[in-house]
Design a binder for this molecule. Structure first.
Ligand code: UDP
Length: 321
């Protein structure tokens, strides 16, 4: 019998999922990538097709999945407000039914399972920076609730499957992450600003641009995701992962304008409902348990991301689903 770890990545064709597949394949894992391509693209994983350790399955996690695996990374769910608000009922189903299905799979197979949770569980936080023991401030009936409450319910399910059925879980709360393979049309601030700057079009700042976010480069994120999965079983989390350098949205716009030498100006648009005013992770726990902290600064990460988008725009690459 093979001793190679069979690893399932749900949402494996998405931005984070595809980078995770790359990392796992480089480690010699046998990777089963599952995606329904709702907000993902086959282009993100096309380079893996020739790898004998890579398998791809079109599947929606809201339906049960019967496969034999040793570990599961649950990354399935559109993560950008534009995408997750397009079909909010489906977003809740993806989070809740999806969690039940993958947890059931973990229970049956004995696989360990890591949940890609989110800083959105803290909502519009009153504690700053956010620590894992903060319970959050979420509007349960607002336009972000399908994602926020969906992810919160998924965390509940993970801990109940552990307490009730002894499932071997890990819960990682992922803060804003950026890098190559972000979707061109997902409306995230980093991708929007870079594309607008490269096209010399106005940069759309929602609100007055004083709201803050902390941006983690994708390679740093994949590092903690995999270290957490490979870490001790009694470390369930939740653990925050993100870059604690905090910027206002206006500062981000100015940095992107500098790096792209763009002639774009700034225009101001209405702030969407329930848009968090500030967000910054306390990553003390990840540092203490996994000796981890991000090593890519914003400027370096933006340079790599700008190069990617420049390439996509100049080659007119169009992701195929
Ligand atoms: N934002 C903006 N202009 C844009 C896109 C987003 O000013 O073109 C703002 C948005 O209102 C929010 C922040 O940038 O305050 C981060 O938005 P994003 O959708 O990237 O992620 P969020 O952290 O809100 O989920």
């Amino acid at each position: 019998m093979s001793t190679v770890k069979r690893t399932l990545v749900t949402g494996g064709a998405g931005f984070l999922g595809s980078h995770l597949c790359d990392f796992l394949l480089a480690q010699g894992r046998d990777v089963l990538c599952v995606d329904n391509y709702y907000s993902a693209s086959k282009e993100n994983i096309r380079h893996c097709f020739d790898n004998v350790n890579f398998e791809l399955m079109r599947h929606d996690v809201t339906f049960p999945l019967y496969v034999e695996v040793d570990e599961i990374y649950n990354f399935a769910c559109p993560a950008s407000p534009v995408h997750y608000q397009r079909d909010p009922v489906q977003t809740t189903k993806t989070n809740v039914h999806g969690a039940i299905n993958v947890l059931g799979l973990a229970k049956r197979t004995g696989a360990k399972i890591l949940q890609a949770s989110t800083s959105e569980v803290y909502g519009d936080p009153e504690q700053h920076p956010q620590q894992e023991n903060y319970w959050g401030c979420v509007n349960p009936i607002g336009i972000r609730a399908c994602y926020d409450e969906g992810k919160r319910c998924a965390e509940t399910l993970f801990f109940d499957y552990k307490r009730q059925h002894g499932v071997n879980i890990r819960v990682l709360r992922i803060f804003n992450t950026y890098g190559p393979r972000m979707d061109l049309n997902d409306g995230r601030v980093v991708s929007n600003f870079i594309i607008q700057a490269l096209r010399n079009e106005p940069i759309t700042i929602y609100g007055d641009g004083t709201q803050t976010r902390s941006f983690c480069y994708v390679d740093d994120m994949i590092e903690i995701v995999t270290r957490f999965m490979d870490g001790p079983d009694d470390l369930t989390g939740p653990i925050n992962a993100g870059n604690p350098e905090e910027y206002t949205i206006k500062q981000l716009a100015e940095e992107i304008l500098r790096l792209t030498h763009s002639s774009s100006g700034l225009i101001y648009r209405d702030l969407p409902d329930d848009d968090p005013k500030q967000r910054c992770p306390d990553i003390g726990l990840a540092g203490e348990k996994f000796n981890w902290e991000p090593t890519t600064g914003l400027r370096e990460g933006l340079r790599k991301t700008i190069a990617y988008f420049d390439d996509v725009l100049t080659q007119g690459k169009c992701p195929i689903n």
